[in-house]
Design a protein. Structure first.
Lengths: 138, 138
DNA sequence: AACTGATCTAGAACAATTCTAAAAACCTTG
DNA sequence: CAAGGTTTTTAGAATTGTTCTAGATCAGTT
């Protein structure tokens, strides 16, 4: 990843059928080049701008949704007015720190969910979200 | 509950320190007189208006939040742009039908969550939300 | 009935997100 | 390597759900 740092990301986008445009590549690097993260659209847009990447907020939204539909990201809903996007697409759960709005991963093997009820009326389970809301003590 | 249908609701509001005003009583009856329900503010406002109850949307929001703070309701977050209020305050979980936006209760005893990880860094667990997202098959 | 704080209200304001339609970029083809 | 068709990006307007504001109304007390 030293002198051709984009090839991996380019391939990844091609695999899911998304053209590797300048803004998708830049956003992908912000998202995937460091470890797992949980970001909102405005956060990511802020980072891009700070990093000197010129990209519109509309494109950030478009890209986050495209990445989510392609399985590169997962959307986590914990607050009514805000969407988080999670670069960790492995099966896992979350602590949500109500006050700060921080999400913390819980590896799937640290939680045992047994005996799930069957989905109602021939519906199909898409995802199981476990969110543990915590409050930091004063 | 036949000829003095409001006394039960009045007492319930008094217990949590909320004055039994005309609009709070009317909304409480819409919420609690039939079985358990999951409603949004605008849904409830619509119902009130349809039933001939004159109440502003701001009051519906105020009331839902006051009821939630008082423990008469519980808020359920499943979609980024919308808040559901749940009249079932017993410990339980939810199916969420993505397409229709319907919530279906899962009694707590139908799910086994074992071995929860300890909350991070001296934080305190406030609530454990399990949401099973389902898609109805065509 | 008068008083006083609580509550209600219309409408403005707000925050996050989505939409629009025109410009720019991308990729294939000639 | 230019032209052409398609996809993508963009600024700004629009939309949605919710919250705020400040004046009017109401509930409970005297
Ligand atoms: Mn945000
Ligand atoms: Mn709604
Ligand atoms: Zn995560
Ligand atoms: Zn419920």
């Amino acid at each position: 990843m030293a002198d051709r740092p984009y090839t991996a990301v380019i391939d990844r986008l091609r695999e899911v059928g998304l053209r590797p445009t300048r803004q998708r590549l830049a956003l992908a690097r912000l998202l995937f080049d460091t470890g797992d993260r949980h970001v909102t659209a405005e956060q990511l847009h802020g980072e891009a701008v700070t990093t000197g990447i010129s990209v519109s907020l509309a494109t950030v939204y478009n890209t986050l949704h495209q990445f989510t539909e392609s399985g590169l990201l997962r959307e986590v809903v914990v607050e009514a007015g805000r969407s988080y996007f999670d670069t960790n697409i492995a099966n896992h759960h979350h602590f949500f720190e109500t006050k700060s709005g921080h999400l913390i991963d819980i590896p799937a093997d640290q939680v045992t969910i047994g005996s799930l009820p069957t989905a109602p009326n021939g519906a199909e389970i898409e995802q199981v979200d476990l969110i543990i809301r915590v409050r930091r003590r004063a």
